[in-house]
Design a protein around this ligand. Structure first.
Ligand code: RIB
Ligand code: CA
Length: 327
């Protein structure tokens, strides 16, 4: 029996934890466990073009120059763009900086519109998996022009939100949903009944912490792989940020865990529910709500992840890096 290789499209905002997610996906791609069909990027951690240049650099270092990268929408649907260089560094990869050649490659591929990449990927892959690890801007914009877009994907997984849990951007909001609250709200309102979005929110993803010790082990596994040019300097910045936030000298790797859950590579628990996101209130902007007791009587639109095997996720990242190092 042939096991099909899931086709994966990731929409991300590298971003240091997005970077680790791309490294992991590259390992699975080289091993034939997935087909990484394309990468689009959003404005979030840093501006959209910079996130694309970062993604291009990471993929090129992972010998994936043939995987297309395209910057998506320049900013949120309605609110002004806010970026977070204090979290991910001035260019989004901590103390590491993508070379000019990466930006030039993104410019050179400029005729490749991100929506066209999504359309072609959907036409070519019946069960295309979309993983979103930044603001939901591109997905919401795509749903505005290609409705019912959600129904066309085989699966959609998003890193975002904080459900009955303190926010990391305001007392109630997580960063991705705060940056573009209208996009997050619009997606959950547009969600198709047949494709429940797997939502990996802060109360689970904050548990996945990489420490200097874990990084050392990953660097050991990667050996001389070129992507080691990025990781230490990117993570050093991220460790310092988390320490300054009182989280200790370690880093939450939200987006990497989201990819593992999306691909079913680690055990996790989830509950089907109705999600909504506050987009009108300045005070509660980006707050995500799960109607866990069905007060609203609306159709479910999400599978909210409630727990995941974090130790297995650490082992899985090491496995993905070993696959990358051996190709
Ligand atoms: O709140 C965590 C999310 O915000 C992650 O996707 C991280 O990359 C930042 O974008
Ligand atoms: Ca991200």
């Amino acid at each position: 029996m042939t096991v099909s290789r899931p086709a994966v499209l990731i929409d991300c905002d590298p971003g240091i934890d997005d970077c680790l997610a791309l490294v992991y996906l590259a390992g699975l791609h080289h091993a034939g466990e997935i087909e990484l069909v394309g990468v689009t990027t959003t404005a979030g951690n840093v501006e959209a073009f910079q996130t694309a240049a970062n993604a291009r650099w990471i993929l090129d270092l992972c010998s994936l120059a043939d995987v297309p990268v395209a910057p998506g929408q320049p900013g949120p649907l309605k609110v002004d763009l806010t970026t977070t260089p204090e979290t991910h560094g001035p260019t989004g990869l901590g103390y590491a900086t993508a070379p000019e050649t990466a930006a030039a490659a993104v410019t050179a591929a400029g005729d490749r519109d991100w929506r066209q990449m999504w359309v072609e990927a959907l036409e070519a892959h019946a069960d295309l998996q979309l993983i979103v690890t930044g603001p939901v801007t591109n997905l919401a914009a795509f749903e505005e022009t290609h409705s019912p877009a959600a129904a066309q994907f085989g699966a959609i997984s998003i890193m975002g939100g904080a459900v009955n849990y303190r926010g990391n951007t305001t007392p109630t909001a997580e960063w991705n949903f705060w940056v573009d609250p209208h996009a997050a709200a619009q997606h959950f309102h547009a969600a198709a009944a047949n494709v429940l979005t797997t939502l990996c929110s802060l109360e689970v993803t904050e548990q996945f912490l990489i420490t200097p010790q874990r990084l050392e082990e990953i660097m050991e596994v990667l050996g001389e792989h070129p992507v080691t040019q990025i990781l230490p300097e990117a993570l050093r910045f991220y460790f310092e940020f988390h320490k300054a936030q009182g989280e200790g000298y370690q880093a939450q790797i939200h987006d990497l865990l989201t990819c593992m859950i999306a691909l079913g590579k680690v055990d996790y628990a989830a509950t089907e529910t109705t999600m909504d996101v506050e987009a009108q209130s300045p005070l509660l902007r980006g707050t995500s709500v799960a109607d866990l007791r069905d007060h609203w009587g609306r159709a479910d639109n999400a599978c909210l992840v409630t727990s995941a095997d974090i130790e297995a996720a650490h082992q899985e990242f090491a496995r993905g890096c070993a696959l990358l190092a051996s190709h």
